[in-house]
Design a protein around this ligand. Structure first.
Ligand SMILES: [Zn+2]
Length: 418
């Protein structure tokens, strides 16, 4: 099933024409109504009327989360508040976003697309275990589920045992939650000794956090569902930007509403087709809170080929990491994941550690604090010195820059997991 086949299965040239027309319109509107964008465009001597093809988008300035925060609360709204019917905010409340009546209608349809792609239809009983509050999750999915005519149970988050009781008693067939919460529901079900078969559940729509293959398998096994991933972020709209279909091979991007680019997070140049990079999104239809070239900091890549489901919208790989995780020290990119892997390669086991960067003009330095249990004795000191040398040599040669290593008492690292 496809919610809006005439939009989701468009020929590529029709899509490109639609995107260009919508892009020109949104640029004209933001230039006219949002001083922040007008100032930026003027500074860079960019006339929005001169954007004549999608490639021209790359000439426009990017917008960062910091830009949005600097315009708190309403500085980037493109319509007067009297036209705004809903206000949400990012998790830390530093970015406030608004929706016109049309925006809510569009949002509902986009969520309807994602739900239908995830296997949910009007006969389903949908339990939405996402926050119904300032965050965009709960309300976004709620309107989409009502749009397709499903029976919606707005349980919101928390109270795991009550969630499971409702799931069983109300015969929930589709669960909407973060992957972490879905996994917790699955574990609790097992701990209670409730057989999976006593539930009517068959689909789970997961979003808001990275979904790894292991986590997906775990949720599918414990809850007996087909679990699909979906992607969105409050700065852009909330959920509804992209979602997996039943093939579960990449997330279909709602390209008629969101123009995406994948760029090198350092140079901001477009990456080669199919290569990973940072996702940059321009909203094409948002009225109240349009964003132009918003840097999501999420790392993904566009997948090649067409999807057997019939949708022609391009697919992006699941987002598993963010670009601001990557540190740049003296021009060298350091990926904290690689640092964690290197402990395994150099010593054969993982080690609790923290990376410290000191920024001084032209003299950034990287120190690796490695946590050890408190110990004493000459032999220990000698062993520790050998270990320090081994780590320093290993990290320096693998990362391509001088790394200082210090052993510190493990508790002083303040790690959530160690
Ligand atoms: Zn598909």
């Amino acid at each position: 099933m496809i919610h809006e086949p005439e939009r989701e299965c468009m020929a590529r040239d029709t899509m490109v024409a639609l995107q260009l027309e919508a892009l020109q319109a949104v640029l004209a509107r933001t230039y006219l109504h949002v001083p922040f964008y007008r100032k930026r465009f003027d500074e860079m001597r960019i006339d929005p009327d001169e954007v004549r093809c999608l490639e021209d988008l790359a000439r426009l300035p990017v917008t960062t989360r910091e830009d949005l925060q600097a315009n708190y609360p309403y500085g980037l709204f493109a319509v007067p508040l009297r036209e705004v019917v809903r206000i949400h905010a990012s998790t830390c409340m530093s970015v406030v976003v608004g929706y016109t009546r049309n925006d809510i209608k569009t949002w509902s349809d986009l969520l309807a697309r994602v739900l239908v792609a995830g296997g949910v239809g009007k006969d389903d009983v949908v339990q939405i275990a996402l926050g119904y509050n300032l965050s965009t999750g709960g309300f976004g999915v709620h309107y989409g589920a009502e749009r397709i005519g499903a029976s919606v149970i707005p349980t919101s988050t928390g109270n795991t045992r009550r969630q499971l009781k409702i799931m069983r008693d109300f015969k929930t067939t589709a669960l909407v939650a973060t992957p972490g919460y879905a996994a917790l529901l699955g574990r609790t079900l097992q701990e209670q000794g409730t057989p999976r078969g006593s539930l009517s559940l068959r689909a789970a729509l997961l979003g808001g956090e990275p979904l790894s293959d292991i986590l997906r398998r775990d949720i599918q096994d414990r809850l007996g569902v087909v679990a699909t991933d979906n992607y969105g972020l409050s700065e852009v709209m909330g959920p509804g930007v992209a979602g997996e279909c039943q093939e579960r091979d990449g997330l279909h991007i709602n390209e008629d509403h969101f123009l995406v680019e994948v760029v090198d997070p350092v140079s901001l140049a477009p990456v080669a087709p199919g290569e990973p990079g940072e996702l940059v999104i321009t909203t094409l239809s948002k009225e109240a809170f349009p964003v132009i070239r918003f840097r999501t900091r999420d790392i993904t890549r566009l997948l090649p080929g067409t999807c057997p489901c019939g949708r022609t919208t391009r697919r992006m790989a699941r987002v598993e990491r963010r670009s601001d995780d990557i540190l740049i020290v003296r021009g060298v990119k350091v990926d904290p994941r690689r640092v964690a892997e290197l402990f395994l390669e150099i010593e054969g086991h993982p080690s609790p550690h923290r990376i410290e960067i000191e920024r001084a003009t032209g003299m950034d330095s990287l120190t690796l604090l490695v946590g050890v249990e408190e110990s004493s004795g000459f032999d220990e000191v000698r062993k520790q010195q050998e270990r320090l040398d081994r780590l320093r040599r290993g990290f320096t040669s693998e990362l391509g820059l001088t790394v200082a290593v210090r052993l510190v008492e493990k508790g002083s690292l303040n790690l959530a997991f160690s």
